[in-house]
Design a binder for this molecule. Structure first.
Ligand code: PLP
Length: 410
């Protein structure tokens, strides 16, 4: 089955207890048992069943299995948010004294998390890029993880997953990829060599902007070196499944960041239309970027523009698509604000991946905690406007952005 058909009729779209076409919403905290012996067996993993929603829930499981199927992993764990997914994934493999290598141009919240991890003794090294040569020169005996955003938000740098994973694997280091902005419609990081994929499901997977969530999918192929990855040493007997098992039965469960069942349901029904939405969003973004690129006095950043530095990945890793985010530099913060304020067919809102076009001035919002250097390294400047393109009629979007940009000249 192809992408859309699989979403509607694939393995994880059926088999619900009464033949429901969608997973029933089990919006409960706990599950009731006939006898203490039965519940004991569930806790001992001797009997399939659910005990408590922070540890497992059938609605959440349905969404986990769906994303796992879409990404081609061996198992997935849903979390309360994208940030909690990134935190849990990192804390499952890193401990005090360990180092992470990451690229520049990350989402501001992730940079904030890396700051927090410094206080726990986990240090992050920022590479100018994650090319094979740069990565090789940075990996040392303390490195435990390479973390990358596939298409960074909002700088739109793309990681060569095959190259980065090759170098990381030669040093026995896994590569974890935040694929939020790409989605499984555009790219399959696990197929290109990544070891785990992370999504903020709050964005494109949900699509309707109605719930926050995250997910981690384990590729299950990485051969953990338990002398190096001592954070996983108690899970040695599980071999290549050590990460998934530590995540599910230990760090994620104990941090307590489970997804709400109703959010799992909303995200599940959101993914039903992921293919349709992404096709429309990517087409709109491409047309809008090309139209805005013709206007003078602004500098447009979008992957399918022919002179974009990461353009070559569009036809490779990204399957012909440039994603739904574009940004442009307006010349000054004042002009950026003036343009944003005179748009009529968009929402001024701090999110991406909605069916509605969303616009924001990242420097005064998402990067307000970051230093100037971190912000500029993330591709955000005082005059940057970020646009998360939606599914509106493209003619309206082009007309609206053109009038806003032209009127801001006056
Ligand atoms: N990763 C990326 C690339 C993001 O853009 C975001 C949020 O914008 C996150 C992670 C964090 O996701 P959440 O807001 O669901 O915690």
């Amino acid at each position: 089955m192809r992408f859309n058909t699989k979403l509607l009729h694939g393995k994880t779209s059926q088999g619900f207890e009464s033949g429901q076409t969608l997973p029933p919403i089990s919006q409960v905290s706990a599950f009731r048992y006939e006898s203490m012996e039965d519940l004991e067996k569930v806790f001992e993993h001797k009997k399939m069943g659910y005990a408590y929603t922070r540890i497992g829930n059938p609605t959440i499981a349905a969404f986990e299995q769906r994303i796992n199927e879409l990404e081609g992993g061996v198992g997935a764990v849903c979390t309360s948010s994208g940030m909690s997914a990134i935190a849990a994934a990192i804390l499952a493999v890193c401990e005090s004294g360990d180092e992470i290598i990451t690229g520049s141009g990350l989402y501001g919240g992730t940079i904030g998390l890396f700051h927090d991890l410094e206080k726990l003794g986990i240090h992050t090294v920022y590479a100018s890029d994650l090319s094979e040569s740069t990565l090789k020169s940075l990996i040392d005996e303390k490195t435990r993880l390479v973390f990358a955003e596939l298409i960074s938000n909002p700088s739109l740098k793309v990681v060569d997953i095959a190259g980065a994973s090759k170098v990381a694997h030669e040093a026995n280091i896994p590569l974890f990829v935040d694929s939020t902005t790409a989605t499984p419609f555009i790219a399959h990081p696990l197929l290109f060599g990544a070891d785990a994929v992370i999504h903020s499901t709050s964005k494109y997977l949900n699509g309707g902007g109605n719930s926050i969530g995250g997910v981690i999918v384990d590729g299950g192929k990485f051969k953990w070196d338990f002398e190096k990855h001592t954070a996983l040493s108690d899970y040695r007997k599980y071999g290549q499944r050590a990460f998934l098992l530590r995540l599910r039965t230990d760090i994620w469960q104990n941090l307590g960041g489970c997804m709400a069942p109703v959010n799992a349901y909303l995200s599940y029904i959101g993914t039903d239309t992921l293919g349709l939405r992404m096709e429309r969003i990517c087409s709109n973004a491409d047309k809008l970027a090309h139209a805005l690129d013709k206007l003078s006095g602004i500098e447009v950043n979008y992957l399918t523009l022919p002179n974009h530095p990461y353009h070559k990945y569009v036809e490779g890793e990204l399957g012909g698509y440039g994603g739904g985010i574009l940004s442009f530099r307006a010349g000054s913060k004042e002009r950026a604000f003036a343009i944003i304020n005179s748009l009529k067919c968009v929402c001024i809102a701090s999110n991406i991946g909605d069916i509605r076009t969303l616009v924001i001035h990242p420097a005064s919002t998402l990067y307000v905690q970051a230093s100037r250097e971190e912000m500029e390294a993330a591709g955000v400047h005082e005059d940057t406007v970020r646009v998360s393109v939606g599914i509106e009629d493209i003619e309206d979007l082009i007309e609206d952005f053109t009038q806003a940009i032209e009127s801001s000249r006056k």
